[in-house]
Design a protein around this ligand. Structure first.
Ligand code: OVM
Length: 409
């Protein structure tokens, strides 16, 4: 075990009346097929105890939503991973948006919200669509390819760092870096341990890339620094917000696009529907985010004594939210395990909810939409050409390999 979080977990005993589960939601077996355990967690009760970690959890839609919406009781400022910054320390400087409460969060959010606003997205749409067309054109010529590396990773890695205003060199640091940060939200298990050495060099690189002198004068990064020039945040905070974009914006969109392509390869009638009506591209991406929930889990910490799912909680307790389980809760969704691009997806928690709801969601949707739209125009059939391989990560759900064969439209 790592020494980074020396004293994880509280008492192994469940509080009276709280159903306990022995399953490890940060294990290879769980990642390979989380749905049976998701079902057990939801069925056991509105609030359940993870005996292996001595931590309480919610997996039903109603309670996940309740925790997300009540930031005053369920704080992000002590970390949104398993480690409690107060009790266990932290291995990186906290994010001033993800791992902050108001009023710090409010100031950070205002600036990033503007950098990633619908107006800014409008200005990027044409460029993003052209890039999606170029990549899909190349892949159609290839015929058989790995949709994970050649599409789901290639597209965000081409457009996102450019949109931030980053230099070209070193971008291959971004995936190992994100893999480690998203692992770090879980326990210090073998997945975290394995990702750490691969990412070691990426940490100083990311800090350097976030400096103003390394960012182009047009881009999300410079927008943050201009907010600092106006005194809305400090210049140091601007750099921290650029770092947050670099951390949060790559693996999430990679796995979101991967989820959508994987769905299209598995559910041909949905692919046909999209081809027949390309205005469904954005909805198809949204449904993929609900269906696979690329960000599976986040934690909160109670700021005061409260009650959750009928269980009294003390101050300073970690709560694990199963976003992926909430997004498939039959109490909320009809046929939750069906990928249906015409479903009303409103209210899904794949982007979270409340004050911390994904600040980059418009960018993510733009990326997903233009990729699916390009595919629907240029590809006639898409079929699996081998066994997909899962990428194991403590927070992210996605694939490392997705072999497909496509035919031209
Ligand atoms: C950040 C950050 C890091 C990872 C994920 C995330 C999903 C944010 O540094 O702010 O949001």
């Amino acid at each position: 075990m790592s020494t980074l979080f020396p004293a994880l977990g509280g008492p192994a005993e469940a509080p009276p009346g709280v159903p306990a589960l022995d399953a490890d939601p940060f294990s290879a077996g769980f990642f390979a097929d989380p749905y049976p355990v998701h079902g057990q967690l939801r069925e056991a009760g509105p609030f359940v105890w993870l005996s292996q970690y001595g931590i309480g959890a919610v997996a039903r839609y109603a309670e996940v939503r309740q925790v997300l919406m009540d930031w005053e009781t369920f704080s992000s400022a002590r970390g949104v991973g398993m480690a409690d910054f107060v009790k266990h320390g932290r291995f990186r400087l906290p994010s001033i948006i993800l791992e902050a409460d108001p009023p710090q969060h409010t100031r950070s959010r205002a600036v990033l919200g503007r950098a990633l606003s619908s107006v800014v997205m409008k200005g990027l749409r044409e460029k993003f669509a052209a890039e999606a067309d170029r990549i899909v054109d190349e892949l159609v010529v290839k015929g058989t390819f790995d949709a994970c590396t050649d599409l789901a990773e290639a597209f965000p890695l081409r457009v996102f760092p450019d949109a931030i205003g980053m230099k070209r060199e070193g971008r291959d640091n971004l995936l190992p870096y994100g893999d480690m940060v998203f692992n770090s939200f879980g326990p210090p298990n073998t997945f975290f341990e394995a990702s750490a050495p691969r990412a070691a060099a990426a940490f100083p690189w990311v800090e350097t890339q976030a400096l103003r002198e390394n960012l182009a004068p047009e881009g999300f990064g410079e927008i943050c620094y201009q907010a600092a020039d106006r005194g809305e945040i400090t210049h140091d905070e601007a750099g921290k917000l650029v770092r947050a974009m670099l951390t949060a914006g790559v693996d999430t969109t990679v796995n979101g696009i991967g989820a959508a392509v994987y769905a299209m390869a598995r559910f041909p009638e949905q692919w046909r529907k999209l081809r027949d009506n390309r205005t469904l591209a954005r909805a198809a991406f949204e449904e993929a985010v609900r269906f696979e929930s690329p960000v599976q889990t986040f934690f909160r910490t109670t700021t005061r004594p409260t009650e959750l799912g009928g269980c009294p909680l003390a101050e300073g307790e970690k709560i694990l939210m199963f976003l992926g389980a909430a997004n498939r809760d039959p109490r909320k969704w009809e046929n939750p395990d069906t990928y249906d691009i015409q479903r009303a997806t409103a209210g899904h928690v794949g982007f979270g909810a409340g004050i911390h709801m994904c600040v980059g969601q418009l960018l993510a949707r733009l990326e997903g939409e233009v990729v699916l739209d390009a595919m629907a125009r240029k590809i006639s059939t898409i079929d699996l050409a081998g066994t997909p391989e899962r990428r194991y990560n403590n927070t992210l759900r996605g694939l490392s390999r997705l072999p497909v064969t496509v035919t031209a439209a």
